[in-house]
Design a protein around this ligand. Structure first.
Ligand code: PMT
Length: 403
């Protein structure tokens, strides 16, 4: 189903309908009242060969909004105006399009289009974050010259790209309907207001897994330490600093999680009493008292019910033995072990992983982290499917949700 809200970019939606129909899609269009001031309903009707809804007055049965919500495999709103983003973020149902979006269980894709200042406004950005956090996929906006003469982000993505985004949303499906929580990057443990203990993790491995999981159809929530990477499209992300904040963010979203992947390089120790003021330089040696942090992976693995738990092991020696020991010790279902130090593992664009699980192992030879992420998820999906089928046989629910 295509939702069209009010904006000059609505004229591009006619071409979008044409291209979707040419690709074999059955397209039903729901317009907001504001959209009808830019394009006529008959244009969409002629192009789609389907009825068009322009508001509650077109809800002929009084249940059209529910029927449309159930009928749609995907809902794309293009253009999605600033007002529409705000209304969807609030979960309003006071026009037909918003009501359908609220009632549907189909994946929702939004193609924002608005003036660059409206797009940049913190209110719009908060709405976008809130929607992304619910698993809504944002397609664009693109940057460039705008109808109002401004230049900047806010142009609706071109119809070709939107057709592609829709096609991709049907793509691999290996993890369709599965919710993943992934940790990535380093943590920072405060020594004083300006100094911290950290590590070399760039977040590349975790972000690659998040992108690959999203492409495989999963709902992905990333909990990330401080990194300089762009959050992959369609992935909801919470930025954190410390091991404790990462633990809290993970536990806040673990309830309905099917698979947990702990890629982050979490500090094992933190300063026991971080100084309230900047520590002054002094002649004598300085000692820091450290205390252990809570192990996030072990905490999640001890929950009941619990998701399938995948951990990493960063090792400088005895890779396989340490990985097997870590798997048992932390209660993880699988460990992806990698050698670190001497320019390996951390910060690099490529890596090599040894996967170990109960009764099996597989070496993923050196390649890019993006390819490794896809191969790792194949193995994770196998393990998840096996676990689900053994749960069905024993009637023991392993995770709350099934694929
Ligand atoms: O980010 P990149 O630059 O791309 O580098 C990738 C990587 C090297 C960071 C990644 O491949 C990796 O190895 N991540 C795990 C790093 C690590 O902390 O390993 P560990 O062996 O110390 O911890 C074992 C497991 O326990 C990990 O899954 C870790 O996330 C988890 N852990 C550790 C401590 C803690 N307090 N809580 C945890 O959940």
């Amino acid at each position: 189903m295509l939702g069209v809200s009010g904006g000059i970019a609505a004229y591009k939606s006619a071409e979008l309908v044409r291209q979707l129909c040419a690709a074999g899609a059955v397209v039903r269009v729901v317009m907001t009242r504001a959209a009808t001031e830019f394009v006529g309903a008959r244009t969409f009707q002629a192009l789609s060969g389907e009825p068009v809804w322009c508001g509650w007055s077109d809800d002929r049965s009084g249940m059209d909004h529910i029927d449309l919500a159930r009928w749609a495999d995907r809902i794309l709103v293009a253009p999605a105006s600033a007002d529409t983003l705000a209304r969807l973020a609030q979960g309003r149902a006071d026009d037909l399009l918003a009501a359908v979006c609220l009632a549907t269980e189909a994946p929702l894709l939004l193609a924002p289009a608005m003036n660059q200042a409206m797009w940049r406004h913190p209110a719009t950005q908060e709405n976008v974050q809130r929607l992304a956090g619910r698993g809504v996929q944002l397609c664009g906006p693109d940057a460039g010259e705008q109808a109002c003469g401004d230049v900047g982000p806010g142009r609706m993505r071109e119809p070709e790209a939107l057709v592609e985004a829709l096609a991709e949303s049907f793509a691999s499906g290996l993890l369709a309907g599965v919710k993943l929580v992934i940790t990535a990057g380093p943590t920072r443990e405060a020594v004083d207001p300006v100094r911290f203990l950290g590590n070399r993790s760039s977040g590349k491995m975790g972000y690659a897994i998040a992108a690959a999981a999203r492409a495989a159809g999963a709902r992905v929530e990333l909990v990330s330490g401080p990194v300089a990477l762009e959050v992959p499209a369609g992935v909801a992300c919470e930025q954190v600093e410390s091991a404790q904040a990462m633990l809290d963010a993970v536990l806040a979203r673990i309830n309905d999680c099917d698979i947990f992947i702990a890629t982050a390089a979490v500090a094992d120790y933190r300063p026991a009493a971080p100084a309230q003021q900047k520590i002054k330089k002094q002649a004598e040696a300085l000692s820091l008292q450290l205390e252990p942090t809570t192990d996030i992976l072990a905490t999640v693995a001890a929950l009941a019910p619990r998701p399938l738990c995948i951990g990493f092991a960063a090792e400088t020696e005895q890779l396989e033995q340490n990985a097997r020991r870590k798997r048992m010790h932390k209660g993880a279902d699988m460990i992806a072990a990698n050698r670190v130090g001497d320019g390996q593992g951390f910060e690099t664009d490529d890596n090599e992983l040894l996967l170990v699980w109960e009764g099996g192992e597989r070496l993923l030879p050196r390649t890019t982290k993006a390819r490794l992420a896809v191969q790792l998820l194949e193995q994770v999906a196998n393990l998840y499917a096996r676990r689900l089928s053994s749960d069905n046989e024993t009637s023991q629910p392993y995770a709350k949700h099934s694929a």
